[in-house]
Write a protein of this length. Structure first.
Lengths: 240, 240
DNA sequence: ACAAAAGTGTTAGTTCTACACCCATGT
DNA sequence: ACATGGGTGTAGAACTAACACTTTTGT
């Protein structure tokens, strides 16, 4: 801005604004998050969420997208603003307000080599290390938000490849909610949404019989995304 | 912070951080929002949300609470972080990242005289004027969020006085969703939650017969706040 | 007596959950 | 032939939505 600051503005304290991303991935077995080894002080070499400062003329979501691209080489990642953290001492070095985003990526699209400079690693959520600043709290809130949202909306499809099987999908829900789901009821629910298109092809990697692949009906997915779908039985009990 | 900035930090652009509050109130008839006439440039004398800059050692939520207190004279207001807005040009005067909160207050507790310096006024939402910057967008998103959340959680009680009648409560839901609700089904739902304690006293202002007052069972309210309560029939259709 | 809002029950349809067996295939 | 995971059906319970009349009381 090249205008002179007005009185009301002039007295204010400017702060750094950062974004951090909680990146979730699913490898078919476990739900994971992507962490990096921080390359600079403070807290150099400690595990951390991937983040970065918001640039001068940069929008918040654009900053998150940029940071994700730097880390994963992926664009068009599912990205949602989680919450903004502004506790004055959260970053011991400078007053930094942090807008946290969570992201879902198809873990198989992740290009490990691209992120060598960050020493990025996937962790099972329960086995994740201690993180810097308030990042553990962010991860916890992101998990809660994901559980909340996925109980009502078909958000978890963003974690799967384009072709997936229903057992894979069920396993993903079971991971997210750390619970067992009855497969007959689950299949009935997901198919009754009309969101899935059955393919001829089968995935034989998981069993001898093989499981049919499905893909998302993109149009219906977009149309129904805001509907309450109720994938999870008794969700109340699982949201703690 | 009195340490020297590190390289990684030193190059970054500091920004102003503000909070804005979408303050909802309910007068028994209509759902309203509280707006002020902005007292300083830019956009002096235009209608605006109540807001303020985040102070040097101040937490975000504390800043929102402070601003609300300045405006209404009330403490312990229901306050929830909505979303953070950071479009680079959203404030034409200086790069300002804004953390928006929404608040619910019992409109009768509002002390009009305290806010004379802001020229605050209650507006029916549909009759609200054009607001500065991106504030109209914030109001729209807050309305959506309230509709979403109130369909599942007993949040709207925060808008009512301690004693309220079921017809008042129903009217509030009807205002929020701009819909008519069947009173028999509504009563059954709210009473079956166990959240209400019936008082002996009646409110005779609305009818000759009078309607019994109820109050919240605070313990159950806290315990059940996270449960999915489903107050609204077919909520999908109403959330647009 | 009547107007105006409060309060009360029932039924049919839908959805939810719990539950157990057969199927297809590779080895 | 058998082991492994994939896929299918049903019945009882719970919940939802649609629906209309009686009660109370101030005027």
């Amino acid at each position: 801005m090249n205008k002179p600051l007005l009185n009301k503005y002039a007295d204010q304290t400017a702060m750094l604004v950062a974004i951090d991303c909680i990146v979730f991935g699913f490898d078919g077995e476990n739900l994971k998050i992507l962490l990096i080894k921080r390359g600079f002080e403070p807290a150099k070499d400690q595990w951390s969420l991937m983040g970065g400062f918001v640039g001068k003329g940069e929008d918040l979501e654009a900053a998150a997208g940029r940071v994700l691209f730097e880390l994963t080489g992926l664009n068009n990642v599912y990205l949602e603003q989680l919450k903004t953290y502004g506790e004055p001492l959260r970053d011991p070095y400078a007053r930094t307000v942090c807008v946290a985003y969570f992201a879902f990526i198809d873990i198989k699209k992740y290009q490990n080599q691209l992120s060598d400079e960050y020493h990025a690693e996937w962790f099972q959520i329960d086995e994740a290390p201690q993180l810097i600043f308030d990042h553990n709290e962010m991860v916890e809130e992101a998990r809660k938000r994901v559980r909340y949202k996925a109980a009502l909306h078909p958000i978890l499809f963003e974690l799967l490849p384009q072709k997936f099987t229903i057992p894979q999908l069920q396993n993903l829900y079971e991971q997210v909610y750390a619970t067992r789901i009855d497969n007959r009821n689950f299949i009935r629910k997901v198919t009754s949404t009309g969101l899935l298109i059955k393919l001829q092809e089968k995935d034989k990697s998981g069993s001898k019989r093989g499981a049919f692949y499905f893909k998302l009906d993109k149009k219906k997915y977009k149309a129904k995304f805001q509907s309450f779908l109720n994938f999870i039985p008794n969700p109340d009990q699982l949201l703690g």
